[in-house]
Design a protein around this ligand. Structure first.
Ligand code: F6R
Length: 627
């Protein structure tokens, strides 16, 4: 979604902002713009479509100045156009604003400002901010920004520059992320996430809701928006991402790079959490719990909360919801604890009967998904303790929850989530294992056996990735079809959902995932010779396996094309399906981290064959910060 970059204290500010905007391209956008201040005047360039157009305009006539702000816009109010693109300026052309989020009461503010004589040129909600700041400006830009923000309802991360005070960037935040990168005293980069920052510095300050920062050549100053006299002391934190983490390296696409990173990420997760001798695992992030910014001194750990909760409720969206479903099956099977998985967007508006005895576990790669964040807030309001499973360190969700676990998977740039999914699944599997050990449902011996299986997983993942050839050939064969069905049972049902989501996101082919047994309740009507059906049939339990085989026969008798993802050694399945992709076997609850890989690769190769923009599919945003 929209992205913000601001620079102060660098004589090539415009160029650096352009580079920063390129680093934010992965979030999804449809127009972009930059404003710098040179000789006490604003200089502005905007473009519709790819940033390359802005770059061309920039190369022809660079924007001068050592201070500026830039934006990538993902249209919400008004079509992608030059007028609707940010930065927006006031009537005097002296104040420029970039904004992520939505100003909910912009219509009434706009009417009022028009009555007062302000001239609007866009349909964007953001433009009201520029004119409101103009209205309140009397020589002090931070005060004018404060007055303006007091009148708006909604969500925002903003950056503002004013040609009359050419040595200041003002930033402010309400429910939309903003980070300050400290290059050196008086030299800063601000951005809506750390990706562009990590190229210039690893020292960051995360801005919280209701905070404003004034950045100038004499330093930075953080205050409460509601009371500019209240200084806020913030910790300077370190980003743990390396520069190459956010670059493609030798790979053609970020998605392929991220698929390839999975064995290492899963290995790091496994080896940093297992305790071999105890046949168990540990999670430092669940050892201390925070409630209302205070450390819980009852001595209860996160694991105690999980074990004693009347229900564990998992929130997530999209891929993170899929990993939540796998977590549900694993926790129920290994620990016998009650779990429910909810779409965060629905949970928020349903009267979900959450009580203080429930434990909410929110899953989010970005840690910024507005639906998930709001569901967490609602659960907290109802008294539940909330945990997070998040990739982006310091993100809003990570700071909102009482405790939790980081994936440490590095930046995920490809819009279609891959490495975050397998990272989430392996952590949820480890958590289920740990809860099972605590409940006594898993003995020491069994625990040690599971650890042996876990230790083999990274190599097994690597073997699947190395054996990509057959999947690529299959992709070439299947790319011409317009509809796909994905089926699986138990742990492989969420894998089927995830496989279908990957395909539709990046290749624009219509695909649906179903529990295999549901096929006869409707989707079977779709089956004919033009319908490839990917059946994830790695189950070994006789009863389930036999049922999956019956489903496959039902598809074949209707001339559907069946692609089976099967366990190595299962020779007989080859005779009844059209194509088989073999993968190694492991414990059932760990299978999804293996069985999802061929589905990720299948979607990837089909999208490449179709010439689609794999890393930045149309209409999608990496970090969905609006509801
Ligand atoms: C799918 C995908 C999305 C995200 C969803 C939640 O490939 O990336 O479905 O999973 O938008 O995002 P996070 O996990 O950042 O909360």
């Amino acid at each position: 979604m929209c992205g913000i970059v601001g620079i102060i204290g660098n004589k090539n500010a415009g160029y650096k902002i352009l580079q920063g905007l390129k680093d934010l391209e992965y979030r999804g956008y449809d127009s972009a713009g930059i404003a710098t201040i040179s000789k006490d005047e604003l200089q502005i360039k905007k473009s519709v479509g790819k940033i390359a157009a802005l770059e061309d305009a920039f190369l022809n006539a660079p924007l001068k100045g050592s201070i500026g702000i830039g934006h990538t816009r993902w249209a919400t109010h008004g079509v992608p156009s030059i007028n609707n693109a940010h930065p927006h300026v006031d009537c005097t052309g002296k104040i420029a604003v970039v904004h992520n989020g939505i100003i909910e009461n912009f219509v009434s503010i706009r009417k009022l400002l028009i009555k007062e004589g302000h001239r609007f040129i866009s349909e964007s909600d953001t433009e009201v901010l520029a004119h409101l700041i103009e209205k309140f400006y009397n020589g002090n830009i931070e005060r004018a920004v404060k007055e303006a923000l007091m009148l708006v309802k909604g969500t925002y991360a903003i950056a503002v520059v004013c040609a009359q005070e050419p040595d200041k960037i003002i930033i402010a935040r309400q429910q939309s992320p903003l980070v300050i990168g400290i290059i050196k005293k008086g030299s800063y980069i601000v951005a809506s996430d750390v990706t562009p920052i990590s190229k210039l510095t690893d020292r960051v300050i995360y801005i919280s809701d209701n905070e404003m920062a004034i950045l100038s050549s004499s330093g930075h100053h953080i205050v409460k928006i509601s009371d500019l006299s209240r200084d806020v002391v913030k910790k300077i934190e370190r980003i743990d991402w390396e520069l190459e983490d956010s670059e493609k390296g030798r790979y053609k696409h970020f998605m392929l790079k991220e698929i390839n990173e999975q064995p290492k990420i899963v290995k790091d997760i496994i080896f940093s959490h297992v305790i071999k001798k105890k046949g168990s695992v540990k999670f430092g992030g669940l050892e201390s719990i925070w409630k209302n910014d205070e450390k819980d001194i009852s001595g209860s750990t996160g694991i105690d909360y999980l074990l004693n909760a009347s229900r564990i409720i998992i929130f997530g969206c999209g891929t993170s919801w899929h990993s939540g479903l796998i977590g549900e099956y694993a926790i129920e099977n290994l620990a016998g604890l009650p779990v429910e998985v909810e779409y965060a967007s629905e949970a928020r508006y349903r009267n979900l009967c959450i009580t203080k005895n429930d434990m909410v576990f929110a899953i989010s790669q970005s840690g910024e998904t507005a639906d998930t964040l709001m569901a967490i807030k609602e659960a907290k309001r109802k008294g539940a303790v909330t945990f997070g499973l998040v990739n982006v360190v310091g993100s809003t969700i990570a700071r909102e929850v009482s405790g939790g676990i980081y994936l440490h998977a590095g930046p995920e740039i490809g819009v279609a989530s891959t490495k975050a999914f397998t990272g989430q699944v392996i952590i949820l599997a480890l958590m289920a294992f740990l809860l099972g050990r605590h409940k006594g449902a898993i003995s020491l011996d069994k625990g040690k056996r599971i650890i042996k299986a876990l230790e083999k997983i990274p190599e097994q993942m690597q073997n699947i990735i190395n054996n990509d050839g057959p999947v690529k050939r299959l992709a070439n064969r299947l790319a011409k079809y317009s509809n796909f069905l994905y089926l699986g049972r138990t742990y492989n049902f969420p894998v089927a959902l995830e496989g279908a989501l990957k395909l539709k996101e990046i290749s624009y082919i219509h695909a649906e995932g179903y529990p295999a047994a549901e096929m006869k309740h409707g989707p079977i009507a779709l089956i004919d010779k033009n319908m490839p059906v990917v059946v994830v049939a790695t189950d070994t339990e006789d009863e389930i396996y036999e049922k999956i085989i019956s489903n496959i026969r039902e598809i074949k008798s209707r001339k559907g094309i069946v692609v089976a993802v099967a366990s190595e050694g299962n020779k007989s399945i080859k005779d009844i399906v059209d194509e088989t992709i073999y993968i190694p076997r492991t414990e059932d609850f760990l299978m999804p981290v293996l069985s999802v890989i061929p589905l990720q690769l299948l979607a990837y190769h089909i999208a490449v064959k179709k010439g689609c923009n794999v890393d930045k599919p149309r209409n999608l945003a990496k970090s969905v910060t609006v509801e």
